[in-house]
Design a protein around this ligand. Structure first.
Ligand code: ACM
Ligand code: ZN
Length: 536
């Protein structure tokens, strides 16, 4: 009988009245007072910290819509006591947990203190969610005057260092403006890796100066399949389709992401899913072509020729430009779904197998991936590949993205390799999210919001030491059946939000029903941000 009133007190003082924050913070408690965003208010940043200045500007822009508020950004000396009034951004000199922050709001001050700049940024994202959703539009109305932040104490840090979202821009192309919106939505939910799937059979989307035909030819297909078209007769729309990112576009996106503490990981697919590149440079294939940029979906016979040294020279030159554009430590080289028929029939590939003492075409794939991995390592970059790179022997230093299930991830972790979990069972946001009869055409599969929320990136089979190799997880958005930006949003949200909480919030705090309650509030914010999320 004692437990009941205690629980009630807990609900009264800690739950009710606190805004819906997603992902749910590690610790969030009510505190005394409330901070009025009215009149003259300073945002303080430590002198000399450019990142925090950027974050102060982000916050200041966010608060612009409050009509009776006059904000000024001020500096303070980080060696001295923290300012006692206003909004204070600070770095904890003793802090040692990546991305951690505390947020204290009281009547005089809102303090956001991070162990690092990312932590401060995430504290600001939390503060954003404590503020009226109307501010998201930047067009707050008079009714928004006298905005307050209720007293609160928050301590927060992520469970996983890799919290990713992927986007396939090969099957369909999405413009720079949309990529920025996608990054903004990732940042709001504290996700920190954007896996940009840039090359496919149906389109090469990245300008490479040394090989201009990659985009002049490879970025365009003559038409697109209608419907699923899994077997003939195929029906096409008759409309040429394409697009690509210039290197300036890429620099703009990488910088935009970096301001939001998002690392952009480019994926350059090899040796399969390469038809668009072969259409541009047929000498890279085993048969020499001719090839056409694919107009249907699926897995195709042609791959880069693994017996031709020119293939490696070409890919290394491409990767040199990629390395120059993307500061990410990781470069993704694909490695999935390679049919080996062409290699079996190719005299150069067969000579390579013989010369290198390889057993078969599986080991030839492994040779290919290792050679590219060694090249990346020589440039101080690390390779990520889909779990097929385990076949025929895993390259040293490779990080495995486990997608066909978690088995590849388990195997890689046992071998001492880092792993990102993105199994079809929980992370494929191109799958149906409700009864297909009620949904626009999708690739297939079935993945509900609830199922995403139950995802545990750490398989129980792993020992604690092996589990340390699981860096986190990622949601994948393959776009064969997702032709528009609106449709990307529809497939990604709210499932990406469930995943964000899975990867950030401690597992013992996961509670689907409470998540749904918070999400129902949060949807007003998504509406204000003009997100076309799925409404069940
Ligand atoms: C994949 O879905 N082919 C990685
Ligand atoms: Zn070949």
């Amino acid at each position: 009988m004692f437990a009941f009133p205690m629980q009630l007190l807990f609900i009264l003082f800690s739950g009710v009245g606190l805004a819906a924050v997603i992902p749910e913070p590690v610790l969030m408690e009510r505190a005394r007072g409330s901070f009025r965003l009215r009149g003259e208010v300073n945002i303080f940043v430590p002198t000399g910290n450019e990142q925090l200045l950027t974050h102060a500007r982000f916050l200041s822009r966010h608060l612009e819509g409050i009509p009776d508020l006059n904000l000024t950004i001020q500096r303070y000396s980080p060696g001295q006591a923290l300012p006692s009034r206003g909004i204070v951004l600070a770095i904890d000199p003793e802090g040692s947990v990546a991305e951690r922050y505390i947020l204290e709001a009281g009547s005089r001050r809102i303090l956001i203190k991070g162990d690092d700049a990312a932590g401060v940024f995430y504290g600001i994202q939390t503060l954003r969610q404590l503020l009226p959703y109307e501010l998201e539009t930047g067009l707050a109305e008079q009714s928004l005057s006298n905005v307050r932040v209720r007293g609160v104490y928050i301590e927060d840090y992520p469970q996983f260092s890799y919290r990713g979202m992927h986007l396939d821009v090969g099957r369909h192309f999405f413009d720079v403006e949309f990529i920025k919106k996608y990054l903004d939505l990732m940042a709001l939910h504290k996700m920190n890796h954007f896996h940009w799937h840039l090359t496919e059979d149906q389109g090469w989307r990245l300008e490479i100066k040394k090989y201009p035909l990659l985009t002049e030819v490879g970025a365009w297909r003559k038409e697109t399949l209608i419907g699923h078209g899994s077997r003939p007769p195929f029906e096409f729309d008759g409309t040429p389709y394409g697009g690509y990112y210039t290197q300036d576009d890429v620099r703009e996106i990488v910088a935009y992401a970096a301001e939001r503490h998002i690392t952009v990981i480019p994926e350059i697919e090899m040796p399969g899913h390469a038809t668009a590149a072969l259409a541009a440079y047929p000498e890279l294939g085993c048969t020499g072509g001719p090839y056409e940029v694919e107009t249907r979906w699926g897995i195709f016979e042609d791959a880069f020729c693994a017996g031709n040294d020119y293939t490696f020279e070409f890919l290394e030159n491409v990767l040199l430009e990629v390395i120059d554009l993307f500061p990410s430590q990781y470069i993704h080289i694909g490695g999935d779904e390679v049919l080996k028929n062409r290699w079996k029939e190719c005299p150069r590939c067969q000579a390579r197998i013989k010369d290198e003492g390889l057993a078969d075409e599986e080991e030839l794939q492994s040779y290919f991936i290792r050679r590219i991995g060694d090249f990346l390592l020589s440039k101080d970059r690390l390779m990520i590949g889909w779990d097929e790179i385990l076949e025929g022997g895993l390259a040293p230093n490779a990080t495995v993205m486990s997608w066909r299930g978690v088995q590849g991830g388990i195997e890689a972790a046992r071998l001492g390799h880092d792993v990102i979990m993105t199994p079809v069972s929980h992370c494929y946001f191109d799958f149906y999210q409700a009864d297909p009869a009620t949904q626009p055409l999708a690739i297939g599969g079935f993945l509900t919001l609830r199922q995403v929320y139950t995802f545990n990136p750490i398989p129980p089979q792993l020992t604690p030491d092996q589990a340390k190799h699981i860096l986190g997880g990622q949601g994948n958005v393959w776009t064969e059946y997702i032709p528009t930006a609106d449709h990307v949003e529809y497939m990604a949200f709210p499932r990406a939000i469930a995943l964000a909480e899975v990867l950030w919030t401690p597992r013992q705090k996961h509670d689907y029903d409470r998540f749904l309650k918070r999400l129902s509030d949060h949807k007003k914010r998504l509406d204000a941000l003009n997100v076309n999320y799925f409404r069940p």
